[in-house]
Design a protein around this ligand. Structure first.
Ligand SMILES: [Zn+2]
Length: 462
């Protein structure tokens, strides 16, 4: 019953949104909706204390005017409304107004399905499942995600057009890897690959792309850019969830990675790599890569190098539960256990060398775990103050997104509450700087969720 009810609610939400909030690519049917052609709506928040995504203090009680999709004005004095029906007045009651959360490491097409379903299942079904999960992601307060591998271009388009509700997506498209590398999910019976022959299933559906020379890499990178990738993701070393690559190995050569970096930079954007070991990280940095995902076996020398070069660390406080998604005794479980032990040290090095550090979750194949995104953010207090953790998941993550430059799909400032910034906002029932556990229960504590100036959730009494 509950499931059916929530599905119906979601469909209604999607329909309401599609009618009220047509995106930039307005469909003919939507253009005829009652709101078409009317001036953009405005929202006034009264009596809110602002966490701005940068500082460790809340503001004095303030007032915020959102017009269209931007924050137009922030004031300590009351902002008058013109009383028009297009203006929504929100009495904040002293609650906290903060930027929407950003997750810097997701795989939106691989959160709910099993690995087999994600790879071998029906593509249409998988997209609809990912759409439902994207709506849940937004309703958990994550208004933007950076997708680091998977065929999310269609999902992103449907969200941006207002067909379904979901976060902004910065897509990488296919994870580009080597034969046998992290993300090569082929079976051994599919070898040898015929040069120029048919692509494997994961490549056909755009989850991964396998490349074994600088020319191959350039081609696959450019294919992702052509589809709208805002950054490029390479596998520079072995990974946990893939069947063939040991976690200690390095994958692409420096020349191969440089080919990717050149192609991405020609297109105005950057390359991020999956890498665990000092060898894999250092080679990627030598090739011009700007961001390291995971970095769980990082050592002092590597951390120092990252600091010198200004290379980002995109880290995840992976919870214990994720280990249990890999069967005890499996190769993947053994690899996970080894990687998991490195996480604490990575965060300690990140702090010691003041690395530019982004927050991500990397939830895979678990709808249950996806419900813990806020709890994962709150768990950063093992290493950071609550304010530092919240800044990381808002203002700092937005700086990483800004590396996409003109390839950002969403021109404007994200992750901050300031005049002129995009209006992605959460109204929190309480002060998350004093009690970060509030973000672990978004259903209860995020009483209002706004993305791009539009309200997706409002449980304030009216
Ligand atoms: Zn990942």
């Amino acid at each position: 019953m509950e499931t059916v009810r929530s599905m119906v609610a979601r469909q209604i939400l999607a329909l309401v949104f599609a009618v009220l909030c047509p995106g930039p690519f307005v469909q003919p049917a939507l253009a005829a909706s009652p709101t078409a052609g009317q001036p953009p709506t405005a929202t006034v928040f009264r009596n809110v204390r602002i966490f701005d995504g940068k500082s460790s203090q809340l503001s004095a009680p303030s007032n915020v005017l959102v017009r269209g999709n931007k924050i137009e004005r922030i004031s300590l004095t009351v902002i008058p409304t013109d009383g028009s029906t297009n203006t929504v007045l929100i009495d904040g009651g002293g609650r906290t107004l903060m930027p929407g959360l950003i997750d810097a490491h997701v795989h939106a097409m691989a959160i709910r399905p099993t690995p087999t379903q994600a790879i071998a299942g029906d593509v249409g079904y998988n997209n609809i499942v990912a759409g439902a999960e994207a709506t849940d992601t937004l309703l958990r307060g994550f208004t933007t995600v950076r997708d680091v591998g998977g065929p999310t271009f269609g999902l992103k388009q449907a969200i941006d057009e207002g067909i379904i509700a979901g976060p902004r997506i910065f897509p990488s498209g296919a994870l580009i890897t080597t034969t046998g590398g992290h993300g090569d999910f082929r079976q051994l019976y599919e070898l040898p690959r015929e040069i120029g022959g048919t692509l494997s299933r994961v490549e056909q559906i755009g989850f991964s792309a396998i490349a074994d020379s600088p020319d191959d890499v350039r081609l696959r990178v450019r294919e992702q850019l052509m589809q709208g990738a805002s950054q490029i993701k390479l596998a520079a070393g072995g990974g946990v969830s893939s069947p063939h690559s040991p976690i200690d190995v390095s994958l692409f050569t420096e020349a191969e990675q440089r080919a990717a970096v050149e192609a991405a930079e020609n297109w105005g954007t950057y390359v991020t790599v999956h890498a665990f070991t000092p060898a894999a990280i250092q080679r990627a940095i030598a090739a011009g890569v700007r961001c390291i995902e995971h970095g769980v076996f990082m050592d002092e020398a590597t951390a120092k190098l990252m600091a010198q070069k200004g290379v980002w660390l995109s880290a995840q406080p992976i919870p214990e539960e994720l280990r249990q998604s890999f069967p005890v005794g499996s190769v993947q479980r053994a690899k996970f256990d080894e990687a998991w032990r490195g996480i604490a040290r990575t965060y300690e090095l990140a702090k010691k060398y003041k690395l530019k550090t982004a927050f991500g979750t990397d939830v895979l194949f678990s709808q249950a775990l996806a419900q813990q995104l806020g709890a994962m953010l709150a768990s950063l207090v093992r290493w950071y103050t609550p304010a530092e953790a919240l800044v990381m998941a808002t203002g700092t993550n937005a700086q990483l997104l800004a590396l996409s430059g003109k390839r950002s799909p969403y021109p404007g400032k994200l992750g901050v509450v300031e005049e002129g910034a995009l209006a992605d906002l959460l109204l929190v029932d309480g002060n998350p700087i004093a009690d970060i556990k509030l973000v672990a229960d978004p259903a209860k504590n995020f009483v209002l969720i706004m993305k791009d100036g539009k309200i997706y959730k409002n449980t304030l009494p009216r």
